[in-house]
Design a protein around this ligand. Structure first.
Ligand code: ATP
Length: 248
C-alpha cells in the first residue's frame, strides 16, 4: 500500500487584500522523501504558495480562499504556524532571516523551540547540524549578522533542522550566493534528504540547479501550474526554458 504523500496542495486560490487573486488554483504533491522543485519567474507565485502551506500569509493580508492543504494526509490549512512546525512542516524563508544579534549557535537553538524532548536530544541534533554544516561549527560563536550570506543560508537551514522536520519548504536558497556556494548548499541538502529522509519543496528561480537535485518539478506562471513532470524531462525540454523560464 502506498503511504499518503507528505504534502498535498489541492487547487488552492490565494487572495491578497481581499481582492488581488494571486494563486488561481495551484495543485502539487510532495511524496514522502522527495525533493520537488517549484519553478517560475519572479512574481509567478512561488513564495505565495510556500506561505500558503505554512500559513504565513496573514501577516501580508493574504488568505487561502479555496482548496485544501494536507500534511501526511491531514487537513492543515487553518493551523497556527507553530502547530505546523510541531507537526513537522517548516519554512526557510527567502532572505534567510537569521537573528543577526544572536550567535550562530543561539540561532540554531531557537529552531528547537517547539520541542519538549529535553536538552540532551537537542544537543545531539546540534551536533548533527554541525556534522552537515562544518562551517557552522567554525562560526558557532560569531554573531549571525556578521557571517557571510552563504553561512546565513546554512544557519537558516540548520535552524529548521533543529525542529526535526518531516518536510522543509525552502524558498530560493540560491538567492544572492556565488555559484560554488549554491552548489555546496544543494549538495548538503541532497545528502540530508538521502540520509534523514526529510522531504523538500524547493522554490527556485535557478532552474538549472533545482532540476539537477529535484526528482519532480512544477512550473508556475501567473499563479497557475502550467507544466509539471519529472525533473529530468523538464530539464531537457528546451521549450520549458525558453517559454516559461526566460532562459533561452
Ligand atoms: P519572487 O521570486 O519575487 O519571490 P514569487 O514567484 O515567489 O516571486 P510571489 O512573491 O509569490 O512570487 O508573488 C506573486 C504575486 O503576488 C506577484 O504578482 C506579487 O506582486 C503579488 N504579491 C505578493 N505579495 C503580495 C502582497 N502582500 N500584497 C499584494 N500582492 C502581493
Amino acid at each position: 500500500t502506498s503511504a499518503s504523500p507528505i504534502l498535498e496542495v489541492n487547487n488552492i486560490e490565494v487572495v491578497y487584500d481581499h481582492v488581488i487573486l494571486v494563486l488561481k488554483g495551484v495543485s502539487l504533491t510532495v511524496p514522502e522523501g522527495g525533493i520537488v522543485a517549484l519553478l517560475g519567474a519572479n512574481g509567478a507565485g512561488k513564495t505565495t504558495t510556500l506561505k500558503a502551506v505554512s500559513n504565513l500569509l496573514g501577516a501580508e493580508r493574504g488568505e487561502v480562499t479555496k482548496g485544501s492543504i494536507l500534511l501526511g494526509g491531514d487537513e492543515v490549512q487553518s493551523l497556527d504556524p507553530n502547530e505546523l512546525v510541531r507537526r513537522g512542516c517548516i519554512q526557510v524563508m527567502e532572505g534567510r532571516h537569521c537573528f543577526g544579534h544572536l550567535t550562530v549557535e543561539e540561532n540554531l537553538l531557537t529552531g528547537a523551540f517547539t520541542r519538549k524532548d529535553g536538552a540532551a536530544a537537542i544537543r545531539a541534533d546540534l551536533e548533527m547540524v554541525y556534522g552537515y554544516f562544518p562551517r557552522l561549527r567554525e562560526r558557532r560563536r560569531s554573531l549571525a549578522g556578521y557571517t557571510s550570506g552563504g553561512e546565513q543560508q546554512m544557519c537558516a537551514i540548520g535552524r529548521a533542522l533543529m525542529a526535526r522536520p518531516r518536510v522543509i519548504l525552502l524558498d530560493e536558497p540560491s538567492m544572492g550566493l556565488a555559484p560554488q556556494l549554491v552548489e555546496e548548499i544543494f549538495e548538503i541538502v541532497a545528502q540530508l534528504n538521502r540520509e534523514s529522509g526529510v522531504s523538500l519543496l524547493l522554490a527556485e528561480q535557478n532552474t538549472n540547479i533545482a532540476l539537477r537535485y529535484a526528482t519532480y518539478g512544477y512550473i508556475l506562471e501567473n499563479g497557475r501550474v502550467v507544466l509539471d513532470g519529472d525533473a529530468a524531462s523538464l530539464g531537457s525540454n528546451e521549450d520549458v526554458k525558453e517559454f516559461y523560464l526566460g532562459m533561452s
